[in-house]
Design a protein around this ligand. Structure first.
Ligand SMILES: [Zn+2]
Length: 507
């Protein structure tokens, strides 16, 4: 019988999901709260994840014709004011720079001085400041499409923050594009939404639903907003990326005009799209278990960690020699286009302690190698997609031959598990009382846990949407693009509807 192992993370998901989330981050040493309220310090293990997200997304952006550029952190208030809905949407979370220096306050401290003639907003998003450049760059239809991406930090003053999910300052990318026609801009909006779908599913192993946002959840100033939505293990939805069709709104605000083929001047069509460090929050909540982080190999900072097992100096030398040969061979192999990322943990610590550290950090493959393994030319392997004590001895040549397929299998298992969770907790619901019951937590000790995703009919009225939100804290996450037309009745008011929409509690 297998010995029951106590979970490494306390509390467990079942006991207290929000606290479990914090503990996973802490145990994996990914990030911490900073001295600055609402801002996080991203530690190397968390930052490498972000770098891997960046690297892979950046390739996809470039393959679709985009180039990177960089724009100012500060936006003059007057730029911001040009788009009325935009300013209204962001007004409550803007950090405003009002002074340019400090001077002696005569009481042993400092006071701000050098009041600016125009206040500067620390960018919460860059449509208006990038628009100012675009208005100069775009002259003729020959300059279009203009396809730009920026990797940057942004600030949105948040009252209630949570590492990676909601922080006052966060890292992201924001794509901004300009097009000749409405059709071109719409095509770009969907193209980038699909880039996010592929990235989330292939790299992060998170299945997502793509759809359009309702008016109440639309990006301030956009004509339409599309998003990808993922189910977390507490069955809540996490919006994991957005793509906006901005129509002519921002072109009018920033005066982005071009001369068309007929020689007439007209406003251009623009889009914007982004994902942020929130994806790391999604990664944690979609896959991790009660022993800590679980990382899909394609995004993991390390694919393999090797722990040498020895009793004395002689054994140490022998074991390290074997490991050296093995890692050399491993590093010459490739998983996708990347070298196998391997680390030998030769710290002066107990082997068991090291093992648990790497389990909590979510490394896909752990190898323990000692004199007995060397004798039989084998490795002792543990996989993060399996139980910690479910280990397997494997001939080391066979291991090398199969390493990429093992990584592929782990990636796949993690995706399938997330997909299964979502499928098991998604229901078509047509009765109002059933809908209300579905979203009512059954376990009083853990009020976060409820039914999951409901596909239900909606008449299209923001009034019904608002009432459901007030009653249950449930919102329409999106109107799925792949939903089929189907006659039905609004889950709230009973009026005619021709499509189901996705209802869920959300982060
Ligand atoms: Zn209704």
């Amino acid at each position: 019988m297998m010995k029951k192992v106590k979970a490494a993370i306390s509390p467990t998901r079942e006991e207290n999901y929000p606290l479990w989330y914090q503990q996973v981050i802490k145990a994996a040493d990914m990030a911490e709260n900073s001295e600055v309220r609402g801002c996080m310090v991203i530690k190397p293990w968390g930052y490498t994840l972000w770098e891997n997200i960046q690297k892979n997304l950046d390739v996809m952006f470039k393959e679709t014709g985009h180039e990177n550029a960089y724009f100012p952190l500060f936006i003059p208030k007057s730029f911001f004011e040009k788009e009325a809905e935009h300013v209204e949407g962001f007004a409550k979370e803007c950090a405003v720079v009002t002074h340019s220096r400090l001077e002696d306050d005569g009481k042993g401290g400092l006071k701000p001085a050098g009041k600016l003639t125009e206040e500067l907003i620390v960018r919460p998003t860059s449509e208006t400041i990038i628009g100012a450049s675009f208005s100069k760059w775009v002259k003729s239809y020959r300059d279009l499409p203009l396809l730009i991406n920026q990797w940057a930090n942004v600030v949105r003053w948040e009252m209630r923050t949570r590492l990676f999910l909601r922080t006052t300052e966060f890292l992201w990318q924001e794509g901004h594009t300009v097009h000749e026609t409405k059709e071109d801009a719409l095509e770009e909006t969907f193209k980038m939404l699909n880039v996010y779908v592929v990235f989330a599913e292939k790299f992060l192993a998170i299945p997502v639903i793509k759809g359009e946002k309702t008016e109440s959840e639309r990006f301030p100033g956009a004509v339409s907003t599309f998003s990808i939505e993922a189910m977390m293990q507490d069955k809540k939805a996490l919006q994991s990326g957005t793509s906006h069709f901005l129509g002519l709104n921002f072109a009018r605000a920033s005066n982005i005009k071009f001369q068309n083929k007929e020689g007439c001047e007209e406003y251009a069509w623009t889009t914007s799209w982004g994902v942020s460090t929130r994806l790391i929050g999604a990664l944690i909540m979609a896959h991790s278990d009660d022993n800590g982080l679980v990382l899909p190999p394609r995004i993991a900072p390390l694919h393999v960690v090797i722990i040498p097992i020895y009793r004395d100096k002689n054994e140490h030398k022998e074991v390290m020699g074997f490991i050296d040969q093995l890692t050399k061979k491993m590093k010459s192999l490739r998983f996708d286009d990347n070298k196998i990322r391997v680390k030998v943990d030769d710290r002066d610590m107990r082997g068991g302690e090291k093992l648990w550290e790497w389990i909590k950090k979510g490394v896909p493959i752990r190898l323990e190698i000692g004199p007995r393994d060397i004798e039989s030319n084998s490795v002792f392997m543990g996989r993060r997609d399996k139980q910690p004590n479910e280990k397997q001895s494997m001939n080391s040549d066979k291991f090398l031959k199969n390493i990429t397929s093992i990584l592929e299998e782990i990636q796949n298992n993690i995706f399938q598990r997330a997909l299964q969770l979502r499928d098991e907790n998604t229901m078509n619901i047509d009765k109002k009382d059933e809908f209300y019951n579905f979203f009512t937590p059954k376990n009083k000790k853990n009020p976060e846990i409820h039914g999951g995703f409901a596909n239900s009919h909606w008449c299209g009225s923001s009034d019904c949407e608002e009432k459901i939100k007030n009653d249950l804290k449930v919102t329409i996450r999106c109107i799925p693009l792949e939903a089929e037309k189907e006659k039905g009745k609004c889950i709230y008011c009973g009026k005619e509807s021709d499509k189901r929409v996705l209802f869920a509690k959300a982060y």
